[in-house]
Ligand binder design. Structure first.
Ligand code: 13P
Ligand code: ZN
Length: 282
């Protein structure tokens, strides 16, 4: 069933595990994610960025994910990832998204807080929980953002930010970046522990592609309750399609190669669900 991220993340916080949030860009990816969650009895979040929303249409993405969610017994949330402004938040809420992120992390503290408060008011009034971000996650997510910048979250700022804005979850900058890492990142789990001790809400890890299993487990034990995976899913999907099509020009049935992408995402999503500890948490 379609669910919000509110209860999902609070349960994860209490149980010291994380819920996987997978970015989906087409029907096959969304199907693979729901099938993986269903197979492992795990709550799951499907998320879409502004550029995916522009590509597919919020209404189409909602129709697709809610239809998939209806046919499974596990909770599935549909989340707007990196919502870049108030108008898009309102549109996602109107379409039926069950979770939203307002990303004002490029702004100064006060401006970020002002934008976040505005978005939080409208989301929470609609019964939809909201994620915000303070500090930078570096790299480039789907055409958006904070290129090359990586700003670590100040624990004291994080505490003030959550108090001011009343958000339901908080994305933090602890050294991760979107996309594949060019060199081994230093993930500041000490900082994460300090943020977690000051902030009561579930914490969110962006840029999980390429992190070692050990780092991910460490982050979960220090307060991370939602982990975002995007690039890795795209990569295995594309690789599987490429492999299927390579050396042949006879395949023209799109189902023949997109189903290979779907299978690859299904296998990867299952691995991440097991790693996050959310298996059998329904
Ligand atoms: P990756 O692309 O590094 O997996 O990051 C995902 C993410 O943070 C989506 O918001
Ligand atoms: Zn992100």
């Amino acid at each position: 069933m379609l669910a919000t991220t509110k209860e999902m993340l609070l349960k994860a916080q209490a149980g010291k595990y994380a819920v996987c949030a997978f970015n989906a860009e087409n029907m096959e990816m969304a199907q693979a994610i729901v099938q993986a969650a269903d197979a492992l009895r795990a709550p799951v979040i499907i998320q879409t960025t502004p550029s995916t929303a522009q590509y597919g249409g919020l209404h189409v993405l909602y129709a697709m994910v809610s239809a998939l969610a209806k046919k499974t017994g596990v909770p599935v949330a549909l989340h707007l990832d990196h919502g870049d402004g108030f108008p898009l938040i309102c549109r996602a809420l109107r379409e039926g998204y069950t979770s939203v992120m307002i990303d004002g992390s490029r702004l100064q503290f006060d401006q970020n807080a002002a934008l976040t408060i505005q978005a939080a008011l409208v989301a929470q009034a609609s019964g939809v929980p909201i994620e915000a971000e303070i500090g930078y996650v570096g790299g480039k997510e789907d055409g958006l953002s904070n290129e090359a910048k990586t700003g670590l979250t100040d624990p004291y700022d994080a505490e003030r930010f959550v108090k001011f804005t009343g958000v339901d979850s908080l994305a933090v900058g602890i050294g991760t970046a979107h996309g594949f890492y060019k060199q081994k990142p230093f993930i500041d789990t000490k900082r994460l522990a300090e943020i977690n001790s000051r902030v009561g809400v579930p914490l969110v890890l962006h840029g999980a592609t390429g992190l070692s299993d050990h780092v991910i487990v460490d982050c979960i034990s220090n307060g991370i309750c939602k982990i975002n995976f995007a690039t890795e899913l795209r990569a295995v999907f594309t690789e599987a399609v490429r492999l299927t099509l390579s050396g042949t020009e006879s395949i023209i049935d799109t189902k023949k190669y997109l189903s290979e992408g779907r299978e690859a995402v299904f296998e990867l999503a299952k691995k991440k669900i097991v790693l996050s500890g959310s298996k059998n948490k329904v």
